[in-house]
Design a protein around this ligand. Structure first.
Ligand code: GAP
Length: 460
């Protein structure tokens, strides 16, 4: 069933709250703007994406190792990386209502207006406050790093920063990995974790937050090898989006970022963009950071961060190719991509709309549900036993005996459970249960003893 983009966003946000994916944070205190709690199904979905990523790249390849470095690092890290000086967004403020906006977003919005001649450059001075029509200030650079204080005195000597990207720790730990892990170039370091940015205009649900998660790889190469490695990671990125997130090619584009938009550390960037309900927007990134990070850390720390190629007798600072994935943003993309409304049989025998999350099974928060047709001991015992067996195999499943079978199916459809197993009175005679497929809505009977292996096989 066709859903408009506006409807889709409203449906998603309300479904996420109603079904325990994402809740507004601090709601008992009236909420805290742009902060969200991941509920029981949201955290499963997020962890499943993270685990699929770790398995594919860290376990699946021989040229990557994983690390976990601190959120708060030595303040010199940010001086060396250039973030203290350069990690800022252009800000304008309304002189009347004092609302703040990103100047680049206002320019983008103006250029997207129907009939706007894209050849005519837009001047921010010609734009009025979108909220009250007031005059805007000149553009100011606003540093996005969130500050904190370490120790008992809040003086400038104690200032520290929450990392704005997980990347930094993978540069500062480079020397230790180089010296301990017996890797040969090219090889990479991977990390998943929280990052923090004092965004000027957070919003669009969990799309732009002040606190979010990233999955990043810093892949070290000989400078001459950088173009090949860049292309290799672009192919890897595309395969991940298509084969793991199961995002349709029609909903994604890979945009070459022009010089004036590129991050200060990047020589080349391509952003994978996804067709979110509110527009085609950045999902992740692929940057060639050159020797920017290691050269600067070498300069500021005084440590030798070069690689020594024994065969060639050559010492050099490796280049870094950086594919980066927004984990929190990937959750939103996966929810949006797989949300669908179709029709199912109602209890009265006619058709009714059905909301369904068609997650790929390995990403689904719950893999299977066990539903006794009635709350009778002989049926519930079989369903509970199956549920316990699957849980003991580390597979997240649910047992549910509440409400009518139709309502229980709808609930599982709405949280994206691929298979529902119903135990009925026939099960007592033929030793079989009915498995209903979420997408095809077909039903087949399989032997009770075979259910655990059947599910495990399907998840491979
Ligand atoms: N280390 C490179 C780096 O951090 P970035 O393009 O600034 O590059 C990478 O961020 C990804 O992190 C983005 O593509 C996006 O998916 C995610 N991200 C960045 N800022 C975010 C925010 N405020 N809220 C949610 N996700 C964000």
């Amino acid at each position: 069933m066709a859903i408009s983009a506006d409807q889709k966003m409203d449906l998603l946000v309300s479904l996420c709250k109603r079904r325990g994916f994402v809740f507004p944070d601090s709601e008992i205190y009236g909420g805290f703007a742009n902060a969200w709690d991941f509920g029981p199904y949201g955290v499963e979905l997020k962890n499943n994406i993270r685990d699929a990523w770790w398995k594919r790249f860290v376990y699946g390849r021989e040229d990557l190792v994983g690390v976990d470095t601190p959120i708060i690092q030595h303040p010199k890290v940010w001086e060396a990386s250039g973030h203290l000086q350069n990690f800022s967004d252009p800000l304008v403020e309304c002189k009347r209502c004092h609302h703040r906006f990103r100047a680049d977003h206002l320019l983008e919005a103006r250029q997207a207006e129907p009939g706007y001649d894209k050849e005519v450059p837009v001047d921010i001075k010609d734009i009025k406050c979108p909220d009250c029509g007031g005059q805007l200030t000149d553009v100011m650079n606003f540093n996005l790093m969130l500050k904190t204080f370490i120790g008992v005195k809040e003086d400038t000597a104690a200032v520290a920063y929450l990392r704005p990207e997980t990347a930094a720790g993978m540069f500062t730990t480079w020397k230790n990995i180089r010296d301990s892990m017996r890797q040969k170039l090219p090889f990479g370091i991977a990390q998943v974790g929280k990052a923090f940015r004092n965004e000027i205009t957070p919003g669009n649900f969990i799309f732009r937050l002040r606190e979010f998660e990233q999955m990043e790889i810093e892949y070290y190469v000989h400078p001459d090898d950088a173009p090949r490695a860049y292309d290799m990671w672009l192919d890897e990125y595309k395969a991940w989006v298509r084969d793991v997130l199961k995002i349709s090619d029609d909903h994604v584009q890979y945009r070459e970022i022009p010089d004036e938009e590129r991050a200060f550390y990047s020589r080349r960037s391509i952003d994978p963009e996804y067709q979110f309900p509110f527009g085609m927007k950045e999902l992740g990134g692929l940057a060639n950071r050159g020797d920017h990070d290691l050269s600067n850390h070498q300069r500021v720390s005084g440590e030798d961060l070069r690689w020594f190629d024994q065969e060639k007798g050559e010492r050099f600072i490796p280049y870094v190719i950086e594919p980066t994935w927004g984990l929190t943003r990937s959750v939103l993309a996966v929810l949006s991509e797989h949300l669908d409304i179709d029709e199912a049989d109602s209890v009265e025998g006619d058709k009714e709309p059905r909301m369904v999350l068609r997650f790929p099974p390995n990403l689904a928060p719950v893999k299977a549900a066990f539903l006794p047709l009635q709350k009778k001991e002989e049926l519930t015992a079989i369903a509970r036993k199956l549920s316990r067996e699957l849980k003991s195999r580390g597979i997240n499943v649910e047992y549910d005996e509440s409400a009518s079978i139709g309502k229980r199916y709808r609930r599982q459809d709405e949280i994206g459970t691929p298979w529902c197993f119903t135990v009925d009175f026939e099960s007592l005679e033929d030793g079989k249960v009915t498995v209903r497929d979420r997408d095809a809505m077909t039903q087949e009977r399989i032997a009770i003893d075979e259910v655990p292996d059947w599910i495990q096989e399907k998840l491979k």
